[in-house]
Write a protein that binds this ligand. Structure first.
Ligand SMILES: [Ca+2]
Ligand SMILES: [Ca+2]
Length: 751
């Protein structure tokens, strides 16, 4: 009833569907993979909220497989991936033998084996990257055999950290340079030649190394519903069976937009084929050696990753690695550099850490949209020791109800403790470029939405509302025996703050949405105010997240003052109702002084209700590649796939212009991540809103960022400029010499 007016208009969700996704779906739609046998597509509850994730607390499978906790080239010697951060999220990683004879290649198996061991992880070693070129340039069987023999001898030093070796990478099309024309390789077709080469390669590995698991074929494309691709897999397996070279693990890549591609291929095509051919050792463990949509808008993004994890758990995939690395060595884009240069976790890391540390048996999960993958999805577990049901979820924009059934069978009846937390994949409100999605800010989670007591109904069912889910963010719901909530550092409830001429709403009218079961409304008058007493250890820029509701249908705001000084407004886009039915989160940067700060929310434009604020140090980087770039080139680091910096700032008119937040007028330190490959010092002119205010100097870094050794090249330059209050344009314009720019941070300087 209360949500009836809030359903998205028809077609809203479909509008997110890309053309590529729509094409891919024609293959996967036949499998209602999110559904469990006997479950209706739309549970009765869906009549009120369109999106429902149902967790069956009484239906446990075996232990969670956590297949999705792997990355391609996620660990590196350079940058120096911290082993403890790797251990916090990763299970198995795909790395590669040294490319093109360069033993110092920073993501090679040789370079990272020690780190793998220290972190208790294992890796898949890819031999194919030993070959020159991309696609690989075939130089004859003698050359390949020499590489295979050498690599197999090489792995003896770190066999203990190998999950498997993958002799080939995408051999359905990547063997180029005359492979198909090589008459010394038997076979009438490319595929037949590859099957023969597989057999020879398998035998050469086994001649040197009798026990290490071998994974194959590692095709780039295996969508079983496409007859040609199924025939290729059949041909591979038939040859392997006939020649006694069946891999110990079967694997392929899944780089389509749909998380349903793997379940479809695995359950409907691969497993039946395996049985049909009588593959020895079946069912073989399954490795999706690269997974994801392959478009750069996935890696590390919590809401995107969890949909794949959910399908891997449902269908028993054993191991998988996120593909299309944005930054090698950064654990699948889940680490970011802080202004001081250290690597710190972003929201993706926290989401993966929730999954890595999730204990207990897998619970069945279903969701309303089993076909288009526009809906949220999740992974759930029952931890018998802690008597806790946990759901990790995410993946859509809008309201989601988590319906948990079967709680009575777990002894969870009557009052239970329910915790809802979120990790935010931050985007600046002004960034419209989707590339932003590749850059989660460091240290952005987790955040508590609520921690409260709720009541399981007589049927053993409980509905946990997630309001205003955002598709990139990740969420964790935990249901456990009743216990008092714990304090969350940095979180301040509006209802317990100092209040003036406002109304506290609490109890049942909170409809279980508000944190602390209460919120503040009636902030409607000139003298209305909510004042939070916030203690911070150091003076600096802080990010304040505000949980609010704005049911006016138009934009609203509150005026913010800190210790009596105006620091602008916090702006509230409309929500689909007031705080008893809708809550969302708005961000506001504030400058705080060491010690006690009085943060006052007063009447602004329109009307809004307040639930709580959460205050943390601001760690945002303004990325150069996302700024306004004039007469320069958006480019990337040597080993990276995607743009991460701006080079070619070479002309008189070349410039990179950032739009930055300055909560109060004052002096701010700008820290710039840069490279300068020439001897001598380069400069940029610093213009604020078009007026030249300073010069920033870039001493030589000895090489360019676009080369392969970013950690050894990137340096930080600092300059102090005055900024007026508000959002302002900071332009770095060419001065002397040449510099490449990666990012900018903004820090208030004490007066
Ligand atoms: Ca509250
Ligand atoms: Ca950058």
């Amino acid at each position: 009833m209360y949500l009836s007016a809030r359903r998205p208009p028809p077609g809203k969700r479909a509008a997110h569907l890309t053309a590529a996704a729509a094409t891919a779906l024609t293959g996967a739609v036949t499998l209602a993979s999110g559904l469990l046998p006997g479950q209706p597509a739309h549970p009765a509850h869906a009549a009120t909220v369109e999106s429902v994730i149902t967790v069956y607390a009484d239906r446990a499978g075996g232990p969670l497989k956590k297949a999705g906790l792997g990355t391609l080239f996620g660990v590196a010697a350079t940058p120096d991936t911290p082993a403890d951060l790797a251990a916090g999220t990763q299970r198995y990683l795909s790395q590669h033998q040294s490319a093109q004879g360069d033993a110092s290649y920073p993501t090679s198996t040789e370079a990272v084996a020690g780190k793998m061991r220290a972190a208790g992880m294992k890796m898949i070693g890819r031999y194919n990257d030993l070959m020159d070129g991309w696609p690989y340039q075939w130089k004859g069987t003698a050359d390949w055999y020499a590489k295979v023999d050498s690599a197999t001898r090489g792995i003896q030093a770190y066999k203990d950290v190998l999950l498997a070796v993958a002799p080939f990478n995408e051999p359905d099309n990547k063997l180029q340079g005359g492979f198909a024309q090589d008459t010394s390789v038997p076979g009438a077709t490319y595929d037949q030649k590859f099957f023969w080469l597989w057999t020879q390669t398998f035998r050469r590995i086994r001649a040197i190394e009798p026990t290490v698991p071998i994974m194959g074929p590692n095709f780039e494309h295996y969508r079983g519903w496409e007859p040609a691709l199924q025939e290729r897999m059949r041909g591979f397996l038939a040859n392997a069976v006939a020649t006694g070279t069946v891999p110990n693990m079967i694997g392929w890549h899944s780089l389509g937009p749909s998380p349903g591609d793997v379940p479809e291929s695995l359950s409907r095509y691969y497993r039946p084929l395996e049985n049909q051919l009588g593959v020895p050792g079946r069912p073989l463990p399954v490795v999706i050696e690269e997974y994801g949509p392959g478009n750069g808008e996935f890696e590390g993004v919590p809401g995107a990753m969890v949909k794949h994890w959910a399908e891997f758990e449902r269908y028993g995939v054993d191991h998988a690695a996120m593909a299309i690395y944005t930054n090698p060595g950064l654990l699948g884009n889940t680490l970011r550099r802080t202004a001081s240069g250290t690597l710190a976790p972003n929201a993706g890391w926290f989401m993966m850490n929730w999954y890595k540390t999730l204990r207990g048996d897998r619970l069945d999960v279903s969701r309303w949209d089993t076909r288009r993958y526009q809906a949220s999805d999740g992974v759930a577990s029952w931890d018998a020791a802690a008597r806790t049901v946990t759901l990790l979820a995410g993946g859509e924009d809008g309201d989601v109800d988590v319906v948990v059934t079967g709680l009575a069978a777990r002894g969870l009846t009557g009052q239970v403790r329910v915790r809802l937390e979120a990790v935010y994949w931050d985007k600046e409100p002004t960034d419209t470029d989707s590339r932003t999605e590749r850059g989660g800010d460091p240290l952005t989670g987790p955040y508590s939405q609520f921690d409260k007591t709720m009541t399981v109904d007589a049927a053993g069912r409980l509905t946990v509302p997630i309001r205003t889910m955002r598709r990139h963010d990740g969420y964790r719901v935990q249901i456990s025996p009743a216990a008092p909530p714990t304090a969350y550092p940095g979180k301040y409830e509006a209802e317990t703050a100092s209040r003036q001429h406002v109304v506290v709403h609490g109890g049942t009218d909170g409809r279980a949405l508000a944190s602390g079961d209460a919120y503040v409304g009636g902030l409607d008058f000139a003298d209305s105010a909510v004042t939070f007493a916030v203690d911070v250890p150091t003076t600096g820029m802080y990010l304040m997240r505000v949980r609010y509701a704005n049911g006016t249908g138009a934009a609203a705001s509150h005026a913010v003052t800190v210790n009596g000084t105006a620091q602008g407004t916090v702006d509230y886009p409309a929500t689909d109702g007031w705080a008893n039915s809708a809550l969302s989160t708005a961000n506001k940067r504030v400058v705080l002084a060491a010690g006690r700060n009085e943060i006052r929310f007063g009447r602004g434009a329109g009307y809004a209700e307040l639930d709580f604020i959460d205050v943390r140090p601001d760690t945002h980087r303004y990325e150069a590649e996302l700024a306004a770039v004039t007469a320069a080139r958006i480019t990337h680091y040597g080993y990276n796939e995607f743009p991460d910096l701006v080079g070619g700032i070479d002309l008189a008119e070349s410039a990179v212009e950032f739009t930055v937040d300055a909560p109060v007028a004052g002096s701010y330190r700008l820290t710039v991540g840069y490279g300068n490959g020439l001897p001598g010092t380069a400069t940029h002119r610093v213009l604020v809103d078009g007026v030249e205010r300073a010069t920033v100097s870039y001493p030589s870094t000895g090489a360019w960022l676009t080369g392969p050794r970013q950690d050894q090249v990137l340096r930080r330059a600092e300059v102090t400029v005055p900024l007026p209050a508000g959002r302002h344009r900071v332009r770095l314009a060419k001065g002397d010499g040449y510099a490449e720019l990666d990012w900018l941070t903004v820090t208030p300087r004490p007066a």
